[in-house]
Design a protein around this ligand. Structure first.
Ligand code: PEP
Ligand code: MN
Length: 348
């Protein structure tokens, strides 16, 4: 990496999720430029939206606003690119840092097309993790961009889509970025707590966690008036809030050995949480069936509790459980608990 802004220790990139108007972008940039740590202004010009019909970004005209913001504040600028045309336009307007978003890094065709158009430029490129927790896919995107001859590359951890997970917008699964950091020790790993949490109240704690895990910098969404934001309203913070968070962060580094244990436990706890979610869903589905049986029994004036059927269920489950490490007492107690809830629901 040569003379890259990405080499700045603890680099901080901040700015709105989307550029909405020149006024919104410049006023946010002016406030952010008062914060010493902020080196780069981010703003999405082309927005990948999950469903059609939403605001898809202001498009190329926003690039002129970024250039104006840079002129007025001295901040470098960054925007998301998802196609060769985006790369050409952004470079033409002098955008300093391009980032490949999660919905693009997931697709090798798109990453390759971007890599091809980057050839021969001296662009600085951030590669966000793909939406799904696939470390090879993320590493593959990095290798494709490296093959274009681009030297100034950074990684951005923004968490992973996970079905049923409620705690975060995108589950952090810290073991994945840490493993990628081991594979590419020369590339800075930047944390995006805004897209991990999806919640402005949690941004500080995830930013702190990333510092504890020796991440190299932060990219944080900041909007002059978050409640009026056109995209990602819930996760953006004002420049003032950003300043407060920055001064609250503890930058003394925790011992890495101790940390590894914590990360391992965190990864396992994450899996436990996933299983708990699944268990609740499964039990609830089981009860919905019991409810239907209850309705049939009641319409036909049948007894709710049918001992011979229940004994067969228990026998089957106990036999199956012999192949697991679960004790027979546990399995019977669990089934009793399920049965009594099922009876309660059927009697309703
Ligand atoms: C963004 O940075 O605004 C964005 C769309 O991010 P991601 O690709 O992480 O979803
Ligand atoms: Mn966003």
């Amino acid at each position: 990496m040569k003379n890259s802004i990405l080499q700045t220790k603890g680099i901080l990139i901040a700015g709105p999720c989307s550029a909405e108007s020149e006024e919104q972008l410049i006023s946010t940039a002016l406030e952010l430029s008062k914060i010493e740590e902020v080196k780069v202004l981010r703003a999405g010009i082309w927005k990948p939206r999950t469903c059609p019909g939403g605001f898809e970004g202001v498009g190329t005209k926003g690039l002129a606003w970024l250039a104006e913001a840079k002129k007025q504040t001295g901040l470098l600028t960054a925007t998301e690119v998802a196609s060769p045309k985006h790369v050409e336009d952004a470079l033409h307007f002098g955008v300093d840092v391009l980032w490949i978003g999660s919905r693009t890094s997931v697709n090798p065709f798109n990453v390759q097309a971007i890599s091809d158009v980057l050839k021969g430029t001296d662009a600085t490129v951030l590669i966000k993790n793909p939406v799904n927790p696939d470390i090879q896919l993320w590493a593959g995107a990095v290798k494709r961009i490296q093959q274009s001859g681009i030297e100034n590359i950074g990684l951005v951890h923004r968490g992973f889509t996970s079905y049923g997970n409620k705690e975060f917008r995108n589950a952090p699964m810290w073991q994945i970025p840490l493993e990628l950091k081991r594979q590419f020790p020369e590339l800075p790993m930047i944390c995006d707590p805004s897209h991990i949490t999806g919640n402005s109240d949690l941004v500080a704690s995830i930013a702190q966690k990333s510092i504890d895990l020796h991440f190299d910098g932060l990219i944080i969404e900041s909007h002059i008036s978050p409640r009026d934001a056109w995209t990602d309203k819930k996760q953006q913070i004002t420049p003032l809030m950003l300043q407060e968070i920055l001064s609250s962060l503890n930058r003394s580094l925790v011992d890495l050995d101790q940390l590894d244990v914590e990360v391992k436990i965190d990864a396992l706890r994450y899996q436990i949480n996933q299983f708990d979610d699944d268990l609740l869903q499964l039990i609830s589905s089981r009860m919905k069936i019991a409810e239907r049986i209850g309705a049939i029994k009641s319409a036909n004036k049948m007894e709710v509790v049918q001992t011979s059927r229940w004994n067969k269920v228990l026998e089957k489950v106990v036999t199956q459980s012999r192949d697991t490490q679960l004790s027979e007492e546990f399995v019977l107690a669990l089934m009793e608990l399920l049965h009594s809830e099922s009876i309660r629901i059927q009697r309703k």
